[in-house]
Design a protein around this ligand. Structure first.
Ligand SMILES: [Zn+2]
Length: 181
């Protein structure tokens, strides 16, 4: 049913968009030469970009569960930097993140109940795989920023900043100022 709802909403959206299309034109290259790396949290939808004063066409946005630094995040940032002109990277973790302490045991039970074969989970350290970062949000932000700065495939000549976002108030706390540190 949800898919029907989405397709119906899209029909209306396309009609509205047609009227604004000219005014809201944007290019593929990020106009502010900025990339943001953040979390997939639902509360950030329609909130994070306006909270940063960003509009369509101005930044590349990469998200995953928990703002966890993975090789695919590096891949996306490398494309953004080397091919799409990004000159500044902002890591934005957020308070009350579900990935602070993901429940690996619950996940294992759910996976088994949904048909994942026990043998495919053998030897898999789910807690490590989920990469929960605990309650130290500031430490988490610092660690991700350091991981980007020290990554051999990413350049050292651009600033990597680290911030912490509050999904209730919209406030951004500066944790790592990439211009200074
Ligand atoms: Zn989160």
């Amino acid at each position: 049913m949800l898919l029907r709802e989405i397709l119906e909403a899209n029909r209306e959206f396309v009609q509205r968009w047609e009227q604004e299309r000219e005014a809201r034109q944007a290019g593929k290259l990020p106009a502010k030469k900025l990339a943001i790396f953040s979390c997939m949290d639902t509360r950030l939808v329609e909130m994070l970009e306006p909270a940063l004063g960003l509009k369509r066409g101005e930044a590349k946005v990469i998200k995953n569960a928990g703002t966890i630094l993975t090789e695919d995040v590096v891949r996306s940032l490398a494309v953004a930097i080397y091919l799409l002109g990004v000159e500044e990277v902002v890591v934005i973790a957020h308070l009350d993140c579900g990935m602070a302490k993901p429940d690996a045991d619950r996940m294992r039970q759910a996976m088994l109940a949904r048909g994942v074969k026990p043998e495919d989970l053998e030897g898999v350290d789910l807690a490590a795989w989920l990469q929960g970062f605990g309650e130290d949000y500031h430490g988490h932000v610092r660690e991700v920023v350091a991981g980007l700065r020290n990554h051999p495939l990413l350049p050292k000549d651009i600033p990597y900043h680290g911030l912490l976002f509050c999904p209730d108030t919209g406030h951004l706390e500066l944790v790592v100022d990439g211009y200074k540190e």
